[in-house]
Design a protein around this ligand. Sequence first.
Ligand code: ADP
Length: 447
Amino acid sequence: MLFNKILIANRGEIALRIIRSCKELGIKTVAVYSLADRDSLHVTFADEAVCIGPAQSKDSYLKIPNIISAALITGADAIHPGYGFLSESANFSEICEESKIKFIGPSPQMINAMGNKAFAKETMKNNGVPVIPGSEGVINDVNEAKDFARSIGYPVIIKASAGGGGKGMRIAWEESEFENAFQTARGEAEASFSNSDVYIEKYLENPRHIEMQIMGDSFGNVYHYGERDCSVQRRHQKLIEESPSPVIDESLRKIMGEAAVLGAKSVNYEGAGTFEFLVDAHKNFYFMEMNTRIQVEHPVSEMVYDVDLVRQQILVAAGEKVETLPRKPVGHSMEFRINAEDPEHNFRPSPGRIESLHFPGGFGVRIDSHIYQSYQVPPFYDSLLAKLIVWGKTRNHAIARGRRALEEFTIEGVKTTIPFHLKVLDDERFISGNFDTGFIDNFLTKQ
Ligand code: ADP
């Protein structure tokens, strides 16, 4: 039976995105918000809204008792966690279960299994999928870590166990750099996630980041919706994503898709998930990690597979089967992350008031955004203001449409990444499709 009322345990564009799918399904919605988000659009557009605490995320969007109370008071029978915040918290999923509220996402067991990087890699390895060589779990002793790094060979990357958004990651190109990189990664991990656990991986030089979108249901069906290419990154943070990837052909898509499906099936995975891979210049692919939630960049898959992934998440959580869809991507889609950051000054955050706003429109243009004219961008959360998603018949068509839409896009009052995207779209390497995860850092030093 479909849900009666869903509480959205998130904010910003993704909260709005979820509300939209709920409305189309005839499901009532409850927004939760911090004091800093009182005037946010997700609060306006939900049927009900509950304040769950002060601005700091740890006192509001991460505060499980407050969110559960809001669900109980409003009679919500399900919670959608969006991405970030509590979306990959096995503890939260478990508390929802205990409170008889359906968590729209995997069970605590599945989150623990696939969210645990060592376990996920072992599972994939057992399925015959190549994985990036790395430590079996956390290594917090510097000497032990150094020995391990030597055993797999330099360069290595030290990564925060609780990592996300590119934070808590450091590369050591040779042993003399190791100790410093190790301590810096741990310090950053502690500051960002209150958890200094790190693990070590072989660092692949200039790979492409390719991820496969999957969806599983309670009948044991798992399907994939092809790949997203997220190689346009600055300091390991994604800025432009596209589907299909210019370097993945039908046969590689099939192989990587089947690897992801197999991985998901082996843990009876339910809901939306993403298998992240790095692909080298010879098209060898290596499993990196699995994300047990909806991703920021999910719309590019929606555009080329003609599927509403959030609607599918909700239906699957309500016990329905995954809808069978065309298995081939149609056309080409790109997403540009419009952040409140100043590309002229090292992408420093630029919170403030949106003085004037004009969204682009027209055929093949989609905006997922929570901002409006006179909206005050709070300094407490991530800097994503909007996602501009375009669709075109071909990659070149999508690029032309992206350029046209970015030129129409006007945001005044705060600095944004719009001018940066326009420059990337004029770059020969980007246009040719021949780039890797090192492309943007290189591109910026040449500017
Ligand atoms: P997060 O969860 O913070 O987004 P990921 O583990 O997904 O972090 O890594 C983000 C990016 O960092 C990848 O897309 C890739 O560019 C780079 N990266 C991570 N691990 C490696 C590795 N072993 N070798 C090369 N690059 C890596």
